[in-house]
Ligand binder design. Sequence first.
Ligand code: F6P
Length: 320
Amino acid sequence: IKTIGILTSGGDAPGMNAAIRAVVRKSIANGVKVKGIKKGYQGLLNEEIIDLERNSVSDIIQRGGTILGTARCVEFKTQEGQEKGAQICRKHGIDGLVVIGGDGSYRGAQDLARKGINTIGIPGTIDLDITCTDYTIGFDTAVNTAMQAIDKVRDTSSSHERCSIIEVMGRNAGYIALWCGVANGAEDILLPEKYDYNEQRIINNIINNRKRGKTHHIIINAEGIGHSTSMARRIEAATGIETRATILGYMQRGGSPTCKDRFYASIMGSYAADILCEGKSNRVVGYQKGEFRDFDIEEALAMQKGIPDYQYEVSRALSM
Ligand code: F6P
């Protein structure tokens, strides 16, 4: 490998900059040049390619977002788009590519690998929904940001003796909701993987808690279930208790990454640069059972993971 390209793709996540920094510096240490591709696969197709040196990544480890920019690219899903992307890589001398993003981004990496460009994926998403890894870059910052915001909603909810439904991100996965639900001591936690759509159970829970003297009732609702505003209206009508919905939204994707996100991103970025330099391709970096490892992309995409039963059981038991 002579030149490694790097891009960030899909939703941004805090810690992506730390991963970019690690890829750049470890590649240079390995004697390889690095080029940054702006705005994900879309930027590749538009040839938005810049040289990256050691100093290009100074002063970014603490910044949220991604200095390269990111995008979701429909054109790259077509054969023509992928062929064009591979040709542009070759034209710029890029023979290895690191892609930081989620599952969708790995499919793009796999397509480029089939067209002769060595590719390695790094898991970057706040959703924690990449199956081959117990950890994804951005999750820790996002849950801490959401947890702090939920504490604040709880203060006002308690003062007004209201019920609050707080919707957190996660696309179809409930990891952010589960972690915040437990960490914020929520009375109800609604996860797409487990929710039975039994609103009457929630209503009964609210009424019983009020009888027991609880002044607030916090419901953490996952984005994958959604409809928090209409749910709040129905709950208020059924319980007679003022109910408000708060959708936390994009603030969960921003902010300076936590120590954990910076650390894991630094190791994963370095690991990706090293295995690419060793000649590996079509792999994705993961963290499983306390170890950093790499997996074939096809195998990684076929793996399954879900909300661990015991964690869910605990979340239910503690919210009673
Ligand atoms: O994947 C991260 C994420 O923030 C999800 O939690 C959310 O569903 C999605 O991205 C939103 O994507 P967009 O930025 O395209 O609106």
